[in-house]
Design a protein around this ligand. Sequence first.
Ligand SMILES: Cc1ncc(COP(=O)(O)O)c(C=O)c1O
Length: 366
Amino acid sequence: MISDIARQSIRTRKDYIPGKPIEEVQREFGLTDIIKMASNENPFGTSPLAMAAMIKEIQTNANRYPESLCVELADKVATKLGVKPAQLFFDNGGDGVITMIGLTFINPYDQVVTSELTFPAYENITTKMGGQMVTVPVAPDGCIDLDGLSRVVTSRTKLVFICNPNNPTGKIIRKDVLLSFMQKMPANVMIVIDEAYFEYVDDPDYPSTIPLLADYPNLIILRTFSKIMGLAGLRCGYAISAEETIRIMLKAREPFPVNRIAQVGALASLDDIEFYNRTISNNVAGRRQYYAAFEEMRLNYYPTQANFIYVELGVDSEAVFKKMLVDGVIVRPLGSMGRPQVMRISIGLPEENRRTIASLKKALDN
Ligand SMILES: Cc1ncc(COP(=O)(O)O)c(C=O)c1O
């Protein structure tokens, strides 16, 4: 069998199931009016400034390779963050960055530490590289247990992945907790803090991590244009770290991981303050809409600092997910994350939230 000649760490992996695409539900159910509340995308679409820049770029330059190092984008992001362009590493979405971190640092049998009930890409890349994943249960309040993580770090640990806010619980790690964790970590363990949803956070206890880079060369911060900027389909994410870390990661990278259209879209989106602010205020209102509905339905949920919400249904969430598909509503059951009675729901426009809540109520009632 061909699979017998594949690398063992690839052969033995489970298939990853992403959020169900709209096109698939259209085909399966013959529906046209579908809302996707499963992948934490931007409900307003894409920044109009980004869209205009991308249309111009595809009309004029699609035949040219993009700049490998995303120079203009790097300059602008660096100025915004107060770091050097050489401290930035762009790739094909945050997922691409996570893959490159794994390719750069994980040898077979290295240990990689993360939380259970977190973003699955960390485990995916660890097992692909033949590393050993060590996970620690989340605390009962849905927070990542950083003390627990620090206790399982050994001399074989190469990397620690921390998702803040955590996907899927929407909970943050507080400043003081993160600082004391960083102080405890050995200098030869790379600490990756995934901040894919940091723009949505309004809790004043959320740590600002860029200043930590000065003291911790082993820190890698991860961000993306997929969520707040509405560019998930274009694929552009980046890491911020010490120049030395970026230099070594660049050796692992493909030459052109961020296409031209994504580069100009990301660049232009940074000027679209109106789109950014509109997205944040819609999200704040959407959180309240769900909290009120879940309280009325007597469902337990975690108050969220992100653009999605974790809700316990008390029944099989896969069955509820299937019933909701018939209404054209795609949500995310978390059985694959070891929570068969939990749903993760992305926050959308008010009308999308209303329709999702109505469909959920209906599915739970029969
Ligand atoms: C926590 C987290 N990190 C990273 C990503 C990767 O995002 P992208 O590859 O679209 O940049 C996601 C996407 O859902 C995420 O939830």
